[in-house]
Design a protein around this ligand. Sequence first.
Ligand code: MG
Length: 258
Amino acid sequence: MNQKNVIITLLFLSVVFSATSQEIIAHRGYWKTDGSAQNSIAALMKADALNVYGSEVDVWLSSDGVPVVNHDADVLLDGNKIRVQETSVATLKKVKLANGESLPTVEEYLTAFEKCGNTRLIIELKPHTHRKTEDELAEKVIHIVREKGLQNRVEYISFSINLVNQITKIDPQAQVYYLNGDLAPRVVKTLGAAGIDYHFNALKKNPHWVKEAHDLGLKVNVWTVNTPDGIREMLDLKVDFITTDEPLLAGELIKKRK
Ligand code: MG
């Protein structure tokens, strides 16, 4: 085969594989396993060891302006509920995750992520009470990502249209997905987003959105699909990514189709 034919063959194969590949994102890392916990650094390292496409993580801004990792708006400290966005990082660091780790800052989390060789990091920026706080969060997270040279290994997701806009404004190359399930892909495209990342019920209600997204050059991610039937149903819909608490199960189901 001459060089031109080799290039044509490789291009053909890359189109075939990109058209058929469906990938897994471990929701809050791979946490349903010994020594792990949701949004812990251990869960990130375990997701990387599984060699999944992505590991997802949730991020807030502390009251003194430090991006931190947590899912809920509140955390428990010594039996008291405290609001993450109204609490200083020094206090938040006292919170222990289920596996004994301290609640991580984004800086600590990304330092661990630098050692990952397989997975990408899917960073969810949480909607905050004040728009200005969201703007500061986007600015600071992207700054840390850039400082560590991780721009090409992270993607962003958010329920907040303001955050989607802020991220694409600060880093026009960033891949951003919109989470809220209420906008048709043609509208999401106008936000400069890379795709939709919707709850499975939003896609069940609007299955045509998958093709609409693909025709617009957008990708489709779906959350949080944990049952075999649910995963099969979403794979049949031809979504690009399955976000799941069961990455091993999703991996087996995808492998069976190849
Ligand atoms: Mg999340």
